[in-house]
Ligand binder design. Structure first.
Ligand code: ADP
Ligand code: MG
Length: 226
């Protein structure tokens, strides 16, 4: 079966003074549809760079990213914006919620930006699964970290993306809340047949994944199938 995400000899080099920083140095990997993959590695190893490339948030120095077999570098900036909104859900460590919008408004924002009608049944289902039903009118600053992260996960899920890319989604949460949020992400992604690629520092969290990809100095170390 064709992988949903594939990178081919992906490189990202930064010029820094007289030096070259090799953030990614020839990463080739394949992720199957429905897989839940954890990316682990020390700080500065290239994890975020890799995730950003997979989500077309950044362009490589060389190499390719294919989503469903299609090279995303062939798309224009405008096409990529629409493509991201429809096919990829991002979950960031700092939640990236809009502070003046309440939880409901934050969750539906990408769907509305896409000019689509909100699927209220799906919305209700997601909100219930994530335990947010009584928090929809809250502004982000009246929610706990875990609740804000669940809002950002709900936002990623509502657009029904095939791929969810999460950069340390539990980085600001205590270990109990991390486990809860991750279990929910795992549950919802299974329910909605989504592929998840998640960066984490946390070994216990990584163990929840189907597969762990290790990266060091911009290179893959090994792929452990559990
Ligand atoms: N915009 C940039 N300019 C210069 N160097 C960068 C830039 N972004 C990332 N880097 C460097 O690339 C390497 C990998 O960064 P990153 O992917 O953010 O690592 P990680 O997410 O694993 O902590 C680091 O050495 C970082 O300093
Ligand atoms: Mg990072």
């Amino acid at each position: 079966m064709m992988p949903i995400v594939q990178t081919v000899n992906l490189k990202k080099y930064y010029q820094q003074g007289g030096n070259v920083v090799k953030a990614l140095d020839g990463v080739s990997l394949e992720i199957s549809a429905g897989e839940f993959v954890a990316i682990v590695g020390t700080s500065g190893s290239g994890k975020s760079t890799l995730l950003h490339m997979m989500g077309a948030l950044d362009t490589p120095t060389s190499g390719k990213v294919l989503i469903n077999g299609r090279d995303i570098s062939e798309k224009s900036a405008e096409q990529l914006t629409v493509f991201r909104r429809r096919h990829i859900g991002f979950v960031f460590q700092n939640y990236n919620l809009v502070p003046v919008l309440n939880a409901y408004e934050n969750i539906v924002l990408p769907v509305q930006l896409d000019g689509k009608k909100v699927d209220e049944r799906l919305m209700a289902k997601i909100v219930e699964l994530l335990g947010l039903s009584d928090k929809l009118e809250n502004l982000p600053n009246t929610l706990s970290g875990g609740q804000q992260q669940r809002v950002s996960i709900a936002r990623a899920l509502l657009a029904k993306p095939e791929i969810i890319l999460a950069d340390e989604p539990t980085g600001n949460l205590d270990s109990k809340t991390s486990q809860d949020v991750l279990s929910l992400l795992k549950l919802t992604s299974m329910k909605f047949h989504q592929t998840v690629v998640m960066i984490t520092h946390n070994d216990a969290i990584a163990q929840l994944a189907d597969r762990i990809i290790r990266i060091e100095d911009g290179k893959l170390l090994r792929n452990d199938d559990k």
